[in-house]
Design a protein around this ligand. Structure first.
Ligand SMILES: C[S@@+](CC[C@H](N)C(=O)[O-])C[C@H]1O[C@@H](n2cnc3c(N)ncnc32)[C@H](O)[C@@H]1O
Length: 241
């Protein structure tokens, strides 16, 4: 029987089968760094019927292949891609509409221009890679589309969450396994550099980089400056030097 003759598994069956089989896609076929089952279900809910994109590859690629109209998976290792394709064939998931791109996402993402309705960020987790992946993925995501960030407890990912969950351009639409967060994009990010209007930068000025005695001096100087500006506003004077 060929792949085309077999009924494709449902997402629930696919997720259960992955848990049973535990195929080792990662680290040269020695590791299973899959997204957790609830995260795979979250991906399926939001990638269904969309053009989709992910950084990293693995179980999530199979789920996207099962539900999305087209899918692009970016990770450096083509042997990982071969293992995923082979397993997909074994379990009856068509990958004919999946493009595997072998390369680091920070090099590959800037070369893409087709917009997608779903993006999953789960590639390299060292700082600043999740931020870089987010930067390019959010630009490719069309308004109304959904972004899922995996591994939010990792600070290099958490910093992206810190921005997205406060931004009026995004709405939280789900969380899975206490580590994967889904957000709907409401609007494209603006081109102007209005950093001072971003909720993420509300803590400005943050002098935590300075040694304690210097930090105290910087904070005192800032407090005096703020007081002067307030007084100037009350007295109707332009801000001084
Ligand atoms: C946590 S695993 C992804 C798991 C996958 N989402 C799943 O559900 O099985 C991390 C992935 O990032 C990939 N990776 C490592 N460095 C990368 C890079 N620079 N760019 C893109 N992907 C990278 C690894 O090859 C691996 O596929």
């Amino acid at each position: 029987m060929t792949l085309l003759d077999r009924p494709a598994p449902t997402v629930a069956d696919l997720v259960a089968r992955l848990q049973d089989d535990r195929p080792a896609f990662h680290a040269g076929g020695t590791r299973t760094w899959y997204a957790l089952p609830g995260t795979l279900e979250l991906i399926a809910d939001h990638a269904a019927g969309c053009r989709s994109l992910e950084t990293g590859a693995g179980a999530s690629t199979l789920v996207c292949a099962a539900v999305a109209t087209t899918h692009t998976a970016i990770s450096p290792s083509s042997d990982e891609h071969r293992r995923i394709r082979r397993y997909a064939e074994e379990v009856g998931v068509d990958t004919g509409h999946v493009t595997f791109v072998a390369g680091p996402s920070d090099r590959v993402l800037p070369t893409l221009d087709e917009r997608v309705g779903f993006a999953f960020v789960d590639g390299k987790h060292s700082f600043p890679h999740p931020v870089v992946d987010f930067h390019y993925a959010q630009a490719l995501l069309e308004p109304g589309g959904v972004l899922v960030l995996d591994d939010v407890p990792i600070p290099a990912v958490g910093v992206v969450w810190q921005h997205v969950h406060r931004s009026p351009d995004w709405a939280a639409v789900g969380m899975a396994d206490d580590r994967a967060a889904a957000f709907r994009k409401l609007a494209d990010a603006e081109d102007d550099d209005n950093w001072h209007l971003q909720a993420f930068n509300r803590g400005y000025p943050d002098f935590s980089f300075a040694a304690p005695h210097h930090r105290a001096a910087l904070e005192a100087r800032e407090a005096v400056g703020r007081l002067r500006r307030r007084l100037g506003a009350v007295l109707g004077r332009p801000p001084g030097p």
